[in-house]
Design a protein around this ligand. Structure first.
Ligand code: A2P
Length: 284
């Protein structure tokens, strides 16, 4: 018969190797600390990462939150839209990599098991409740501006409120579209939303700086009408259409001008409107 201590030795030998046990980080007053679960690099300028989610952290789909790292003993934070939906038990973010950006030059090196800090107060205007009822919902975005729409297309209420949900995504290069494309595919293939998204979610992409089957800025495609003829829908109409915009500051100024000219009124957290905007929070 094996003695108890020999049995323990056998168990210990059979146990998987312990890789690395990181000491729990010291608490940072006023912030949650989340563990990085997964990091994926999409291009040399774009990466996404997934973290744990504090059970007490609540948000509305489309909101953003301040996240960052402790640098020299101080929190260094930037605003990031939450890409995952508010019913998921993790949080996901999409980030640009700026070589000399104070945060992203560091954040781009995070690995599974690292800790990031996060404010406890999400906020933002890209909420479907900030829009009046309508038939079609356009989600117009460029670059990392896709992020809040990842959350909105995962929200079942979006499809209850709008018959057609159309993501219009513009990037400089084809490779930069990949994260958005994968998110849309995930929704279409999901058990929860797949059937409804198959009917109601459309995905329209355009590229500006290399050959692609569809080219041109979103603003150009709206003004020359190609967006609508490609989709087989009438031109933008404030009676029926609602719009959310997230992209570079100049892009949202230009789109706002186009929409206001067509009679669209802006919504915000106190009064719903025909369209809502948010800057993509890229570090420059
Ligand atoms: P372009 O290549 O013509 O500048 P960025 O990486 O600079 O944020 O740009 C992402 C995408 O947004 C690019 O396709 C870019 O086109 C486009 N873009 C930049 N400025 C505007 C704007 N004012 N209106 C519409 N699209 C824009």
């Amino acid at each position: 018969m094996t003695s108890p201590s020999a049995a323990l030795a056998l168990v210990e030998e059979a146990a998987p190797p312990v890789l690395e046990v990181k000491a729990a980080p010291a608490p940072v007053k006023g912030f949650n600390q989340e563990t990085v679960l997964q990091v994926k690099h999409w291009t040399d300028k774009l990466f996404s990462f997934r973290t744990t989610r504090d059970q007490a952290f609540r948000f509305e789909n489309g909101q953003f939150v301040m996240i960052g790292l402790m640098v020299d003993g101080k929190p260094l934070l930037r605003a990031y839209s939450i890409v995952s939906a508010n019913y998921e038990d993790h949080l996901e973010f999409l980030s640009i990599k700026v070589p000399d950006g104070p945060l992203t030059s560091r954040l781009q090196h995070i690995k599974q098991g690292d800790t990031i800090i996060m404010s406890r107060k999400p906020t933002g205007t890209l909420l479907i409740n900030n829009l009046k009822p309508g038939k079609r919902l356009y989600l117009l975005c460029t670059g990392t501006g896709f992020a809040p729409f990842g959350s909105i297309i995962r929200d079942p209420e979006t499809y209850e409120r709008f018959e057609d949900v159309i993501v219009v995504y513009g990037c400089r290069n084809i490779a930069e579209l990949a994260y958005g494309t994968q998110s849309v595919m995930e929704v279409r293939e999901s058990e929860y939303l797949g059937e409804i998204a198959e009917k109601q979610l459309r995905y329209y992409t355009t590229v500006t700086r290399e050959p692609y089957y569809r080219q041109g800025r979103i603003t150009t495609l709206i003004e020359n009408g190609k967006l609508f003829s490609d989709l087989g829908v009438p031109a933008l109409d404030p009676e029926q259409d609602r719009v959310m915009i997230c992209g570079s500051p100049q892009m949202f100024i230009d789109l706002r001008t186009i929409l206001e000219k067509r009679g669209f009124g802006e919504g915000n957290n106190s009064e719903p409107g025909d369209y809502v905007v948010e800057k993509a929070f890229a570090e420059r």
